[in-house]
Design a protein around this ligand. Structure first.
Ligand SMILES: Nc1ncnc2c1ncn2[C@@H]1O[C@H](COP(=O)(O)OP(=O)(O)O)[C@@H](O)[C@H]1O
Ligand SMILES: [Mg+2]
Length: 389
């Protein structure tokens, strides 16, 4: 019985209830219905499944979360991360599976060079798992701790671009923090963990986002300490912007915000009282100029409406860090260097985005390089039959 419940259904056999779809519904409303349906049934379209053998390469998970363990593995000859459902009671399995499907559906919808790519879902070996591309440089905070010489501006720009991309698709991340930002093989930051994402434009009430997140990164309005403590506050693009300000602290210091405070209440009190982390003393030489510090502070304004749209922040970062380092390096491209190949691969994934807004001489360097290695277009994602909403 349960087996039948878990088997993936084929998208082509699936029809949304007619009353659920009308000609006036926008793509995001249709997507919301689709996601709700997957969340309610615990089923996923066949186009989301990966085929072929998936092997765990270690005896123990590398991380454990609320309802899943993350393992390192191999799929189709490549290193992957496997996030497996881990629950014990039947009831929990069904509940967790539904949350799991909602995360998969949201994550599968988005593709961007600053988002960790989801390859698909596997049910063999059981339990059900999300399989994502392996990020060999770990999370962004440990990456800067281990590699203090890396460009903090570039990492912050990567993260801001990823988040801005989500917002431009009306997606709120809801749990942005250093631990949910990973660094790929070419040293570029990518946003991960879509467990708490919601669709911003819709009055989405089914999410557990208000109880999730992590207090050090949470905007004051999410902390539930306002006049009406029972009021349910959902994450918004503005609360994501607040979290981005806290991530900037992690990127420049390699430490969590308020590292000296160990008790959650001490942190939440500061946040609600309008206190914020001090300017990191050694960060000026890492690129934290007065202008950028002022912009970071504006991201964590107490009033959500006073926080600027992310595009302004991205524009500022692009102005101070126009990716020139990468292009300069690519001029010296060495086809035998894994690091150079990885960087080019990153640029290729950017596709048109990489060229958009670039100076002509910059784009010529890139185009010439693409020609030299015989690559001209963005590679398609592994499950390209997935209908995009
Ligand atoms: N694709 C990946 N590549 C490398 N490590 C990963 C990957 N995905 C997750 N991890 C590791 O597992 C940790 C937890 O992953 P995450 O998706 O955030 O799960 P959770 O829902 O438990 O927070 C990450 O901080 C990272 O260390
Ligand atoms: Mg996480």
């Amino acid at each position: 019985m349960y087996r039948e419940h878990v088997s993936p259904w084929c998208y082509s056999h699936y029809h949304l209830p007619t009353q659920a779809l009308t000609a006036t519904q926008s793509d995001s409303q249709i997507f919301k219905k689709f996601r709700q349906l997957c969340g309610r049934t615990g089923l996923l379209p066949a186009s989301h499944m990966i085929l072929g053998s998936l092997i765990k390469t270690r005896d123990h998970p590398i991380a454990s979360g609320a309802f899943g363990d993350v393992w390192e593995g191999i799929y189709a000859g490549n290193r992957v991360a496997i996030k497996s459902l881990r629950v014990y009671r039947d009831d929990d399995v069904r509940k967790a599976r539904k949350l799991f499907c909602k995360e998969v559906v949201m994550w599968r919808k988005i593709s961007h060079p600053n988002i960790v790519p989801l390859l698909g879902v596997s049910e063999a070996p059981a339990p059900i798992s999300m399989v994502s591309e392996w990020m060999p440089n770990g999370d962004v905070r440990s990456y800067v701790e281990k590699n203090p010489e890396v460009s903090r501006l570039q990492l912050l720009l990567d993260i801001s671009r990823g988040l801005s991309f989500l917002h431009s698709h009306e997606i709120v991340h809801g749990d942005l923090k250093g631990a949910n930002i990973l660094v790929d093989k070419s040293g570029r930051a990518r946003i991960n963990d879509f467990g708490l994402t919601i669709i911003a434009s819709l009055n989405c009430t089914e999410t557990s986002a208000s109880s999730g997140g992590t207090y050090r990164w949470m905007a004051p309005e999410l902390l539930g300490l306002e006049q009406n403590p029972n009021k349910r506050c959902l994450p918004t693009p503005q609360s994501d912007a607040f979290a981005l300000g806290m991530v900037a602290i992690e990127v420049f210091t390699g430490q969590v915000p308020f590292p000296e405070l160990t008790r959650p209440f001490a942190v939440t009190k500061k946040l609600v009282d309008g206190e914020r982390p001090p300017r990191p003393p050694k960060a000026s030489k890492l690129g934290l100029s007065n202008e950028l510090w002022a912009a970071v502070q504006s991201l964590w304004a107490q009033e959500p409406g006073d926080r600027p749209p992310l595009d302004t922040f991205v524009d500022l970062l692009e102005r101070v860090n126009p990716d020139m380092g990468l292009l300069e390096e690519l001029k010296e491209f060495d086809a035998n260097s894994d690091e150079h190949i990885a960087k080019l691969d990153y640029m290729l994934q950017y596709g048109d985005n990489a060229l958009f807004g670039m100076r002509e001489d910059e784009s010529l360097v890139l185009i010439e390089l693409f020609d030299r290695v015989g690559l001209h277009s963005t590679p398609s994602p592994p499950c390209s039959d997935m209908p995009r909403f």
